[in-house]
Design a protein around this ligand. Structure first.
Ligand SMILES: [Cu+2]
Length: 404
């Protein structure tokens, strides 16, 4: 900003432009000296490590920094010393690399080479390889498994042993993002449902994706691993300290890449087990919801909540979408079409089919495995009765259940 104004002003009298140049270089110097002023949350070091891997990574980083600093100082000291002491202007005679002294030169060249090899392969290579092997060792004495699935633009977490599964979406209000409201403390780093993990347990983490490549990254865990569609990748954490740890998707994955944070709650094991029981109970309650008959208003109310969580990023709050990438649901022929055929069976490419099964090779994913019967019935009913769509009909969670 400053430099732009200075640029456009420069070109007046030579005296004025000299003054401008001076103040510009002063501004530049101040900028270089005070990087903290520019970055709001500037921290010099790594964030506090809370897993063995993060600690090892930090340790190796520090060790390598020390080694290369020493190398830098020693090499440059010798170089600068030699250049000054052996310069032509004081009449230093060049060495002659012939005869017995010439052979000695080889010796002096090979010694530093050997020292460097030793530093590279032994002092740096061994700890680095050890750390990588350790990072890859996801299975030795793993206490539990967490499955992480990246999707545009949210994370799904699954505890296979407990049969618990849920979606975690960013909870920062859109008003804060649009600068309509002051930013909160955990701006863009907060979610509706954090993953809960026990401290002191080795958690094997399996990663995959349903659409494009995402990356599950929590700096304090020292974990940053790609979630790739069609592949199962793995990593592990052993969290040593209870707390809330925040991270982000670290692979450019489309429009809302910046809006799919990771939040992990690390708690003592009894607390974790109690939480897990709660989740199982909640899942059971949700499942029983598909057996009763819902009123249209109930479904619409529930559907708005699901829509704002799972659909709004692409189809927008007003249902107008962002054509041509994301079609409008307002006035859509599919949304305005029939629900099911006369026998209560699925019609191909109908509204219900599209939401349950998605459409291959588009950003419209299948929601049958990520949403419950109630959520699916509710969001479909909501879409048919919102954004100026007035179908006036509804679909019951029990009907969705029978379609599965
Ligand atoms: Cu992503």
């Amino acid at each position: 900003m400053t430099s732009v104004t200075l640029h456009s002003l420069a070109g007046g009298s030579s005296q004025a432009s000299a003054r401008l140049r001076r103040s510009r270089s002063r501004a530049l110097a101040a900028g270089l000296l005070l990087p903290g002023a520019a970055a709001a949350e500037y921290k010099f070091n790594f964030p506090e490590p809370v897993t063995p891997i993060a600690r090892e990574t930090l340790h190796i980083h520090n060790e390598f920094m020390l080694i290369i600093t020493i190398l830098f100082v020693v090499v440059f000291a010798i170089m600068i010393y030699s250049m000054i002491r052996h310069r032509k202007s004081i009449g230093h005679a060049p060495a002659k690399f012939t005869g017995p002294r010439g052979a000695l030169q080889w010796f002096w060249a090979l010694i530093p080479f050997a020292i460097l090899l030793f530093i590279d392969f032994v002092l740096m290579g061994i700890p680095a390889v050890q750390a990588i092997v350790n990072m890859e060792d996801t299975q030795t004495r793993a206490d539990m498994v967490l499955k992480v699935t990246g999707m545009q633009w949210k994370w799904q977490y699954e505890y296979p042993e407990a049969g618990v599964k849920f979606i975690s979406t960013m909870s920062t209000p859109r008003e804060q993002i649009a600068n309509g409201e002051a930013k909160g403390e955990h701006y863009l780093l907060e979610v509706d449902r954090p993953v809960v993990l026990p401290v002191g347990k080795k958690v094997r983490i399996l990663l995959t994706s349903t659409d494009v490549i995402h990356t599950w990254w929590v700096p304090q865990f020292g974990v940053k691993r790609d979630a790739i569609p069609g592949f199962l990748r793995e990593t592990w954490v052993l969290i040593e300290k209870p707390g809330t740890y925040r991270g982000q998707c670290a692979e450019l994955c489309g429009k809302d890449h910046g809006f799919m944070p990771v939040v992990v709650h690390a708690v003592p094991e009894p607390e974790y087990l109690a939480w897990l029981e709660e989740q199982k109970l909640a899942a059971k309650t949700a499942a029983s919801g598909s057996d009763r008959t819902w009123s249209r208003d109930e479904l619409i109310a529930e559907g708005k909540v699901a829509y704002d969580k799972h659909c709004v990023a692409c189809h927008q709050a007003d249902g107008k979408g962002l054509p041509p990438a994301f079609p409008a649901l307002a006035g859509s022929k599919i949304v305005d079409g029939p629900l099911l055929d006369a026998n209560g069976k699925l019609i191909k490419d109908s509204h219900v089919d599209r939401v349950l099964n998605g459409k291959a090779n588009t950003a419209m994913q299948a929601f049958r495995n990520t949403l419950s019967d109630v959520e699916l019935a509710a969001v479909i009913t909501y879409e048919r009765n919102s954004f100026g769509n007035h179908r006036g009909d509804m679909i019951q969670p029990a009907q969705i259940k029978s379609l599965r």
